[in-house]
Ligand binder design. Structure first.
Ligand code: NAD
Length: 259
């Protein structure tokens, strides 16, 4: 399952799942443009980790809140790496709060980063993919693209939206050699989830240890999904072997949505 000669962008790949996916794609042979926020040291560490596979790795600082920067990132990848064959829309943030107290700026940022940025990257990358008659778009959704949990109104709305966007674009590109799929993890231990524990503890009025146990309750396996498991699925969906898989939303959630 080689991705040799393919060029990929993974948004939000300075940390967590995105970093794991970027590493998995590089290990399969792809050159990768990584992206995301972070200190100089964090970005250098992420670049080093993905580079270990020996393929070309370039960092782009595009902020997923800025459509001009997103378009420039796609253009730069085409210019410097030669193409965007694989696009992984992974950048995401979370905020947990009852709806009536949900900060308006948090709602706007979650919709912009978790949903609208995927529209901007896709819009910019599709013309090149169409020209080359080959492309893979993978959207990081969530179990929350299929089911809801209280206090996550913006995140659940954005992820349901991204699942719908995935299906729509898959239909539009079905005969163009471009597949569009979603990956929907359950809980994965990354900084995004670690931050939720104190927030949940606060909104539920319970100690943090209890909040962590409650967080994992929907996941029948009772354990966090591993980042490497998501990387392996992304590398498969990016491969030629997955050419007939499009418009799908792959749950990787320890049985969460089987209930
Ligand atoms: P994380 O916090 O570890 O990483 C998020 C990444 O997005 C970072 O690289 C960060 O710099 C980047 N990012 C945030 N705001 C950005 C912006 N404005 N511009 C550019 N980059 C930005 O989170 P994670 O857990 O690895 O989450 C990655 C994706 O997986 C998200 O879309 C998230 O919703 C999804 N997801 C996570 C889980 C989980 O349990 N961790 C479960 C389901 C889905």
């Amino acid at each position: 399952m080689s991705l040799k000669g393919r060029n990929a962008i993974v948004t939000g790949s300075t940390s967590g799942i995105g970093l794991g996916i970027a590493t998995a794609l590089a290990k399969a042979g792809a050159n990768v443009m990584i992206n995301g926020l972070g200190s100089e040291a964090e970005i250098a560490a992420a670049t080093k980790e993905v580079s270990a596979a020996g393929t070309r790795v370039v960092y782009d600082p595009a902020n997923m809140l800025r459509h001009n920067q997103i378009a420039e990132m796609v253009e730069r990848c085409e210019r410097e790496l030669g193409s965007v064959d694989i696009l992984v829309n992974n950048a995401g943030i979370q905020h947990v709060s009852p709806v009536e107290e949900f900060p308006i700026e948090k709602w706007d940022a979650i919709i912009a980063i978790n949903l609208t940025s995927a529209f901007h990257t896709t819009r910019a990358a599709v013309p090149g993919m169409k020209k080359r008659k080959w492309g893979r778009i993978i959207n990081l959704c969530s179990a929350h693209s299929l089911v809801a949990s209280p206090f996550k109104s913006a995140y659940v709305s954005a992820k349901h939206g991204l699942a719908g966007f995935t299906k729509t674009v898959a239909l539009e590109l079905a005969t163009a050699g471009i597949t569009v799929n979603a990956i929907s993890p359950g809980f994965v231990k990354t900084p995004l989830v670690e931050k939720q524990v104190p927030d949940l503890a606060k909104s539920r009025g319970v100690p943090e240890a209890q909040a962590q146990k409650e967080l994992l309750e929907p996941q029948p396996t009772g354990r966090f999904v591993e980042i490497e498991e998501i990387g392996a699925l992304a590398a498969f969906l990016a491969s030629d072997a997955a050419a007939s898989i499009t418009g799908s939303n792959y749950s990787i959630d320890g049985g969460w949505t089987a209930r």
